[in-house]
Ligand binder design. Structure first.
Ligand code: PNS
Length: 167
């Protein structure tokens, strides 16, 4: 029996923190679906869902079908059930993440009690990495090398040029 995990998020864009969580998840599950959530009516993302999925696919090309990238709109629990996932995986960095994650997990459990959520703790070198901060630093000209997969860095730097403050 193949055990599949759904790892949802905005992934705008995928960072090395996400990569770390996906690699840890692969040690426990047979397959991971990295699921880019998007809201067609409200989106201030730097990258389109198609671009975000492409960056994730490029990052995990060597893993073959153990890692797939997809996008969804609508409820995460409905998506997880439709994909036959054994669990939703979320990453935790610091205590500050816990309250938001606890609230989301409790709501998801209210919606679909049969869907479990499992938390993976990020490696400590990733505790301060988030897509939001990486974008902010890049847009202000800071160095974000090493925080993103190699294929993502040039795409982020290119996009940062159009997100400079005052533009
Ligand atoms: O990376 P993020 O932005 O912290 O991920 C949040 C995400 C995408 C997991 C969350 O917003 C989500 O599940 N969105 C899908 C819509 C949904 O199911 N909303 C109810 C969540 S309790």
């Amino acid at each position: 029996m193949t055990r599949t995990a759904v790892y949802p998020g905005s992934f705008d864009p995928i960072t090395n923190g996400h990569v770390d969580i996906i690699r840890r998840t692969l040690q426990v599950f047979d397959r991971v679906i990295v699921a880019v959530a998007f809201n067609p009516n409200k989106d201030s993302s730097w990258f389109s869902p198609v671009e975000r999925v492409a960056m994730i696919s490029d990052t995990f090309r060597a893993e073959g079908d153990r890692v797939s990238a997809d996008s969804f709109s609508g409820l995460l629990v409905d998506y997880a059930v439709a994909k036959g996932a054994a669990a939703i995986v979320r990453g935790l960095r610091a205590v500050a993440d816990f309250e938001y994650e606890f609230q989301m997990t409790s709501m998801n459990r209210h919606l679909k009690p049969q869907v479990e959520t499992i938390f993976m703790v990020a490696g400590e070198s990733h505790f301060y990495v988030s897509s939001r901060l990486v974008k902010e630093v890049a847009s202000l000209g800071g160095n974000v090398a090493g925080l993103l997969p190699d294929n993502v860095l040039p795409r982020l730097l290119e996009r940062a040029r159009s997100h400079r403050p005052g533009q």
